[in-house]
Design a protein around this ligand. Structure first.
Ligand code: FES
Ligand code: FES
Length: 152
């Protein structure tokens, strides 16, 4: 099936095979930040934003994004406040989980720009970090909230 959608702000098309998952289609399209790890919707490494909502790309068919908008970390500008915050707070250790974390945080801050640490921890419950740097990640969320509010 031919799929026409918006990828990182630009019109895009892809040929989705029967049963092809979004994570595979995005990686084939060069979005290597979208990582398949558990493959069953548990770890958040494959998280992307579809029409403003974070989704696990390992659970969504590529065909389902027809007519929709998909954002990956590759689509964020270098001065994106969440990216800046993750860098400044040293929240990425090996970096494997970071793209999914960043996108989940972006979606959370869009919903609740003044999110506190406790709610941020709940919101990141579906994003696992095998390096265990959750404290720094929550520091990054707080910093990202401050930077985002300053930007607005
Ligand atoms: S690879 Fe999709 S949630 Fe783990
Ligand atoms: S920074 Fe290594 S998995 Fe999270």
């Amino acid at each position: 099936m031919r799929v026409a959608f918006v990828l990182d702000g630009a019109p895009a098309e892809l040929e989705a095979g029967e049963g092809e998952m979004l994570v595979d289609a995005l990686r084939a399209a060069g979005r290597l930040s979208v990582r398949e790890t558990c493959g069953i919707g548990v770890c958040g490494a494959c998280a992307v934003i579809v029409d403003d909502e974070p989704v696990s790309a390992c659970l969504m068919l590529a065909a389902q994004v027809d007519g929709r908008s998909v954002t990956t970390v590759e689509g964020l500008p270098d001065d994106d406040p969440v990216l800046q915050a993750f860098t400044q707070a040293h929240a990425a250790q090996c970096g494997w989980c970071t793209p999914g974390m960043v996108l989940t945080v972006k979606a959370m801050l869009a919903d609740d720009p003044q999110i506190d640490r406790e709610r941020a921890a709940e919101g990141l419950g579906g994003n696992l970090c095998r390096c265990g740097s959750y404290s720094r990640i929550l520091d990054a969320v707080q910093l990202a909230a401050e930077l985002t509010l300053k930007e607005d």
